[in-house]
Design a protein around this ligand. Structure first.
Ligand code: SF4
Length: 308
């Protein structure tokens, strides 16, 4: 008989982080300090605690069992039906998971709201990959898209991410979710680009709605997403495509170098936007050591060779 776990799920194959074993810190009901318009869970009043939290020892015991059973896991993902950093024993949980994780990476998916709290930022320091969401850089847009608990300010959150990023030595991924008519305009993206160039994350993931949202909002179409993602400079941007474009480009070597100077390109982009001839040129540039390949938190990027 297949054992049913209470607090863990998977393993699931995620394109962004590899094969992931998930931990749900709010398995019984949504507990979040945001009420995002695009949330895959039902809309709910924001709260600043996790309702009916599981015990650390129960989670650790399930993870241990799953690690013995599933051998191909890349990451253990701390997540929740809500915001996992609201879990009051996060410090003890991270300590326990780091002891048993073997060669797996520990990942957390957070909405960023608590990173300005030094105690929580200190706990995040001990996690291999920290994914923080940042959908907007202005309070007006933030309130519209993430519908936060009263008192949460995007300026505080941005300050918190900047301070965290300066201290953090592991992989920091920033996720932006684009919603039609809310944060899909050039001004907001330009502002985000400025902020992110100051934060200097390891990688940025840009996506849009692809599951039924909590409220009546629409995704941004593929062409527009590509256009907006091109506004970002000097950042490793990974676009989460639902329908990769069918036409592939024939780039010259010079064009490839210009493209990589603007920002690194992901393996997914190379596979889906570059024709066979362009891919061969990328391989040649690699052989010539003019560019390099880098795995950032489970996503491979090509970038100009950087002096270490
Ligand atoms: S932060 Fe995540 S869980 Fe919370 S409302 Fe937004 S999408 Fe839903």
């Amino acid at each position: 008989m297949i054992k049913e776990y209470k607090y863990i799920f998977g393993p699931v194959n995620s394109r962004r982080f590899g094969v992931s074993l998930g931990i749900d810190l709010s398995p019984f009901e949504k507990s979040c300090n945001f009420d995002c318009v695009y949330c895959e869970l039902k809309g709910a009043k924001p709260v600043d605690y996790i309702k009916n939290p599981p015990k650390v020892e129960d989670i650790i015991s399930e993870v241990k069992e799953a690690l013995a059973k599933f051998k191909n896991i890349n990451v253990i993902t701390i997540t929740s039906n809500g915001e996992p950093t609201l879990y009051k024993d996060l410090d003890k949980l991270v300590l326990g998971l780091n002891k048993i994780k073997q060669n797996k990476k520990l990942l957390i998916l957070s909405n960023s709201s608590t990173v300005c709290d030094k105690k929580i930022a200190d706990v995040l320091m001990d996690i291999d990959i920290v994914k923080l969401s940042l959908d907007c850089a202005t309070q007006k847009c933030f309130k519209k898209i993430d519908r936060p608990l009263k008192g949460l300010s995007i300026d505080d959150i941005i300050r918190g991410i900047k301070t965290f990023s300066k201290r953090f030595k592991n992989i920091l991924v920033i996720e932006i979710l684009l919603v039609k008519g809310i944060n899909d305009n050039q001004e907001e993206i330009k502002r985000l680009n400025e902020v992110l160039n100051a934060i200097k994350p390891s990688r940025i993931d840009i996506g849009t709605i692809d599951r039924p949202p909590a409220y009546n909002v629409k995704p941004v179409d593929e062409k527009e997403m590509i256009k907006l993602s091109n506004i970002f400079t000097n950042l490793a941007v990974s676009l989460i495509h639902k329908n990769p474009p069918l036409t592939k480009e024939n780039f010259s070597t010079k064009e490839i170098l210009v493209l990589l100077k603007h920002r690194p390109q992901s393996q997914f982009d190379i596979n889906n936007f570059f024709n066979e001839n362009s891919k061969k040129k990328v391989m040649k540039l690699l052989d010539q050591k003019l560019i390099e390949q880098k795995d950032i938190g489970g996503t491979v990027f090509y970038q100009l060779l950087r002096k270490r």
